[in-house]
Design a protein around this ligand. Structure first.
Ligand code: ZN
Length: 191
């Protein structure tokens, strides 16, 4: 098995086990020279085999059997904007995605991330899989490595898959911590 693709499959299984994705949501890709390897559409991200990973050229043409994730346009748009990006992970991580529905609290999460030198910004809502979302996300990625897609989910991009995976795990942990602190500060002590 191609080593890069086997690592991609391993990361897919990890983020599924960590419950950052569930069902058929989420997608992961890596850059392999002039094309990308991306998870397929309408299949759970865990337990994939090498044949199910779809190779796509930079114009979006599939080079293997199967259809790529419906967000392939967003992935390609981002790779085209930044040469230094070699891996992209998109999830619907529950805590961070929860923040994406509350724009006031989302600002708190953005500020918290800045504290850790993470360039996190939000992208206005567009339909999942749409050209509009691909365009907005690829514009925002120029200055950022992590995006909160409003009312949708999270996207991280990095120079390799391991770093990108760490970032998306860290963002969910940050969101969970922030959520707990907001909840604790909102309840009165019983004593
Ligand atoms: Zn999504």
């Amino acid at each position: 098995m191609n080593d890069d693709v086997s690592k991609l499959i391993e990361v897919c299984n990890n983020i599924y086990d960590r419950q950052l994705v569930s069902g058929k949501s989420g997608n992961v890709s890596i850059r392999l020279g002039d094309y990308i390897a991306i998870t397929p559409t309408l299949k759970p991200i865990n337990g994939l085999n090498e044949k199910e990973i779809v190779l796509v050229d930079m114009d979006g043409n599939s080079l293997t059997n199967g259809d790529p994730s419906s967000e392939v346009g967003m992935h390609l748009g981002i790779y085209k904007k930044r040469d230094d990006i070699n891996a992209i992970i998109h999830t619907h991580s529950p805590y961070a995605t929860g923040f994406s529905f509350n724009y006031e609290k989302l600002k708190i999460l953005e500020d918290y991330s800045k504290f850790y030198n993470i360039n996190l910004s939000s992208v206005d809502y567009e339909n999942p899989g749409s050209k509009e979302l691909a365009l907005k996300a690829s514009e925002k990625i120029i200055e950022n490595d992590a995006l909160i897609l409003k009312k949708h989910g999270i996207l991280c991009a990095g120079k390799n898959l391991k770093e990108t995976e760490s970032l998306i795990i860290f963002i969910e942990e940050s969101a969970k911590t922030k959520f707990i602190s907001i909840m604790l500060n909102s309840v009165k002590d019983i004593e």
